[in-house]
Design a binder for this molecule. Structure first.
Ligand code: ZN
Length: 246
């Protein structure tokens, strides 16, 4: 089975469209790591795509904040503003879908999905030290996570963690053959709001038979995504950051 892994889409339909086009023919199934909405200007289109195409989806903190959860109180001003706008803009069907998403970690086809970390869906796994510390909490060998908006991830063996290389500027992908007797925390990156200084949309492809994980980047129509944010009267900062990937 070849699986397209998307996360942190953040209502950016232009980025999602580019990912789907770029990945066409390379996957049989889709899974989603949460944060379908929040920040961007197209919450309904992105949610509808996830509803129609993702076999397994878990919730992110923004999906909760945009559907009335008190987690919104911890958000920064622009994120709070966008969450309130999203809540009002969502159709009842889309809001209900997001509201009912399960929390991670969730088992799916021999791997696990989580938004933040295996012990807390709101926790950020940013470095090797955090990954190594989480070793006892991992529910299985292959865990996909998001939340940081930083593409990459970690391999873990006998208490040692190492980082997986993400595509550099000028590269479209990095290919990782997963080793036996190793645990993995794999982050496909953010489709709709990358924060790793690369503005291109990020996603992952996993081949469960060959045990190969590919990290990919694709350019998309950033100007159009920015226009959608401004048309929704969302904070200018949310549009500007897309151009810088941070
Ligand atoms: Zn996010």
């Amino acid at each position: 089975m070849r699986i397209l892994i998307v996360g942190d889409l953040h209502s950016n339909y232009q980025a999602l469209e580019a990912v789907v086009k770029d990945a066409a023919g390379s996957y049989d199934q889709v899974v989603c790591l949460g944060d379908v909405v929040g920040y961007g200007g197209d919450p309904n289109r992105v949610t509808e795509w996830v509803r129609a195409n993702s076999q397994v989806t878990i919730r992110g903190n923004h999906d909760r904040a945009c559907t009335g959860d008190t987690v919104i109180e911890w958000f920064t001003g622009p994120a709070q503003f966008a969450a309130e706008w999203t809540n009002a803009a969502l159709t009842p069907e889309n809001r209900l879908f997001l509201e009912q998403l399960p929390a991670g970690p969730l088992a799916a086809n021999g791997f696990y999905l989580m938004h933040g970390s295996p012990r807390d869906e709101d926790e950020y796994i940013l470095g090797r030290a955090e990954a190594a510390y989480l070793y006892p909490y991992l529910p299985g060998d292959i865990c996909f996570f998001g939340h940081t908006h930083i593409q990459g991830g970690f391999g873990l063996r006998r208490g040692v963690a190492w980082a997986l290389a993400a595509p550099k500027h000028g590269e479209n992908e990095t290919v990782h053959q997963l080793e036996p007797d190793t645990m993995y925390l794999l982050n496909p990156g953010s489709v709709g709001q990358p924060r790793d200084m690369d503005p291109r949309a990020a996603y992952g492809l996993y081949d469960s038979e060959a045990k190969v994980f590919v990290l990919r980047r694709t350019p998309y129509d950033i100007k159009r995504a920015q226009k959608r944010i401004l048309e929704a009267s969302l904070p200018l900062f949310l549009a500007e950051r897309l151009a810088h990937g941070r």
